[in-house]
Write a protein that binds this ligand. Structure first.
Ligand SMILES: Cc1cc2nc3c(=O)[nH]c(=O)nc-3n(C[C@H](O)[C@H](O)[C@H](O)COP(=O)(O)O)c2cc1C
Length: 261
């Protein structure tokens, strides 16, 4: 099992990094107990060369490999593609994810058009001084869900400005163990093959949008190459979602499409 942890804090010894390290420890424990080989890589996004998105739209119109920013981004995206699971952990700055995390999301905007991460599980984590985590978790959730990830869960940790490592452990050991267990089990049990109502609906809305695009666009060609434009196609990957859920999700998607697409 291959898990990638992307951290959106500059602070290598900050709250977010410590929480992520605790989750990594628990993942290792779970894998050892289950006898499953595990590779976890942690990336501090702020310490990689990931230039600010210039909004040139080259990734949308010509393909992400032609992005004029020649930096670490494509290598990091390749690691996301290789991973079975992703843990995203961002500190909250002024009620939302950090700018580092948001720029990583922006650089991945083309994946909203060409969702590449179906078949992978993700868990969302934020750390915050004392306020509300819901807005930032929504930012993360909306992006990752659109990219095709199966979102296993989310946790907002209230940590103050910088919590002592021992105190973090005492307060959050149980929650970090729970997160590791949920992510590990979801990957092992292939829960992504049972997509949520929202994921099924998102697929259907996107499918109807791209079916109507000119056939010479990068997006159309990508959808066609995946076999996703076939009218009978219900989801990005083979799934075993309940028939009633699939039919209702497609129906709701058709009704909502004029308002959201
Ligand atoms: C620029 C900045 C903005 C912040 N904004 C908020 C905020 O809106 N609400 C809040 O409760 N805490 C806020 N905090 C506190 C951080 O969310 C919190 O301390 C977080 O755990 C820091 O993570 P780190 O140690 O990994 O950097 C802010 C901290 C910084 C540096």
């Amino acid at each position: 099992m291959n898990i990638l942890i992307c951290i959106g804090s500059y602070r290598r010894n900050g709250n977010t990094a410590h929480i992520a390290a605790m989750i990594e420890e628990e993942l290792a424990r779970r894998a050892a107990d289950a006898g499953v080989p595990l590779a976890v890589e942690i990336i501090f996004l702020a310490h990689e060369q990931i230039g600010l998105c210039r909004g040139c739209r080259v990734c949308f119109d010509k393909g992400e490999t032609l992005c004029p920013l020649h930096d670490d981004f494509l290598a990091i995206k390749a690691k996301m593609v290789e991973a079975d699971g992703l843990l995203v952990a961002s500190p909250i700055y002024v009620n939302d994810v950090s700018g580092t995390t948001k720029n990583w999301i922006d650089r991945l905007a083309h994946v909203c058009h060409r969702p590449q991460f179906a078949g992978k599980c993700a868990y969302l984590v934020t750390t915050i001084g004392s306020g509300q985590s819901s807005h930032a978790l929504r930012t993360l959730g909306a992006a990752l869900q659109t990219w095709g990830f199966h979102i296993v869960g989310q946790t907002g940790f209230k940590t103050g400005a910088l919590m002592d490592k021992a105190e973090l452990r005492a307060r959050f050991q149980a929650e970090t163990a729970r997160i590791a267990g949920r992510l590990f089990d979801a990957i092992q049990q292939r829960r992504f093959a049972n997509p949520s109502f929202l994921s099924l609906m998102t697929f259907h809305i996107q499918q109807s949008v791209w079916q109507q695009q000119p056939s010479d666009t990068v997006d159309y060609r990508y959808w066609e190459s995946q076999g996703w434009l076939a009218p009978e196609r219900e989801f990005y990957i083979a799934h075993h979602a309940n028939r009633v859920k699939v039919i209702l999700a497609r129906l709701t998607g058709s009704l909502l499409k004029p308002f959201v697409a």
